[in-house]
Design a protein around this ligand. Structure first.
Ligand code: NAD
Length: 361
């Protein structure tokens, strides 16, 4: 996923980032080439998406799966889940190759060898149908078309972002969406639900997407103003919600921002997490860390896997508001909101591990 070329010494990198286990798999019959990385099981088994992507080389794939699996550990810990962090990638021989049932089933068998330590789910390039096919070979996959496995996580992710926005508004001394302007970049699965939820709450919307049909749907149903994809990051608004791709905030786009708050679903929105977080803070823009506010879908799928009821899951997703507030409160002692969120995740892992040790005696 990253354009630069990475040459990695995998064991050294695993040691540096604290990964527990990385497994490579080649299925001769179907041509599947996949990697599963388990970063941490300190808090429990680990759920993370299966990404299908054409990587320039093996190092790119390893870099991606190591980085993404580590991110899942912090996301699950901040979400208060008894879950660790993991992720997997399927290396496509060519761009945009459609997923077949045979390959999906082979991936399901690979996942099954982890006996539940790793639980797969949808990610970039994996459709609900592909997920259903993986499920033919293992019980340790969530999502897909069946509600029993959690179905589409997007509405839950969008609702979590709403809670993150509520915390952000409270932090800047405001308390309701009515009369506010929210700009949404990307009207895919999450962005469209987010637009609906914000419209119900009385926010004025400005939206952009490359797909005219998606834009028209949201313009018609939510009375949203449409701008071009080039304009959306620079529109004047109270909240900007990135719901498209990562790495969209850099020195140039941050200089053009006209928003008070950044709070959206897209992962890794800061191109340079350290420098760009500082730039936002220097500009007086409140950044709600992506992995804290976009955890609603993970909470839904992981929570179902862990046996929580739907009511309990809703309550856990609502807790994203308090968690985001905690992150903002902790930021005084840390350089940026991102540093504070990471500190909170590490604190929860330490507390969870300590609790387990007490229980074991
Ligand atoms: P999606 O693929 O359904 O939608 C993404 C949309 O963004 C597409 O409609 C695409 O056309 C649009 N887009 C791409 N580049 C754009 C640009 N420059 N300007 C405007 N629009 C652009 O993805 P999704 O499931 O809605 O997820 C959105 C983001 O949230 C992704 O980064 C994803 O990784 C992250 N996320 C999603 C979930 C989930 O539950 N689906 C959970 C956590 C994080």
């Amino acid at each position: 996923m990253n354009e630069s070329t990475h040459t990695l010494n995998t064991i050294e990198e695993m040691t540096r980032c604290g990964h527990e286990r990385v497994c490579f798999h080649v299925d001769e019959e179907t041509g599947l080439r996949a990697i599963i990385a388990v970063h941490s099981t300190k808090l429990g088994n680990a759920l993370g998406g299966v990404r299908r992507w054409h990587y320039a080389n093996e190092h790119e794939a390893i870099y991606d799966v190591l980085r993404l699996s580590e991110g899942m550990t912090w996301k699950a810990a901040c979400a208060g889940l008894a879950m660790g962090g993991a992720k997997s990638v399927i290396m496509l021989p060519e761009k945009g190759l459609a997923g077949t049932r045979e390959v999906a089933r082979a991936m399901g068998r690979f996942i099954d060898t982890f006996s539940g330590t790793y639980i797969g789910a949808e990610d970039v390039g994996v459709s609900p149908q592909f997920t259903d096919w993986m499920l033919e070979q293992t019980d340790h996959v969530m999502g897909g078309t069946g509600e029993g496995q959690g179905g589409d996580p997007s509405p839950h992710t969008a609702m979590g972002v709403i809670y993150g926005m509520q915390a952000s508004l409270r932090h800047v001394g405001r308390d309701q969406f009515a009369g506010l302007t929210v700009a949404i970049q990307g009207l895919g699965s999450v962005g469209t639900y987010l637009a609906e939820f914000l419209n119900e709450r009385g926010a004025e919307l400005i939206v952009a997407d490359h797909h005219d049909d998606k834009v028209k749907h949201v313009a018609d149903t939510c009375n949203a103003r449409v701008v071009s994809c080039d304009e959306i990051l620079g529109v004047k608004c109270d909240i900007l919600a990135p719901c498209a791709l990562g790495a969209i905030l850099d020195e140039k786009s941050i200089a053009n921002l006209k928003t008070d708050i950044i709070c959206g679903a897209a992962n890794n929105v800061l191109k340079d997490p350290e420098a760009d977080a500082r730039r936002l803070s220097d500009k007086g823009v409140l950044y709600a860390p992506d992995f804290v506010v976009n955890a609603g879908g993970l909470i839904h799928l992981a929570g179902l896997y862990l046996g929580y009821t739907l009511d309990q899951l809703q309550a856990m997703i609502a807790r994203i508001e308090e968690t985001t507030m905690t992150v903002f409160e902790m930021t005084g002692a840390h350089e940026t909101t991102g540093h504070a969120a990471l500190a909170l995740a590490k604190q929860r892992i330490e507390e969870g591990t300590a609790q387990e040790q007490v229980n074991a005696h």
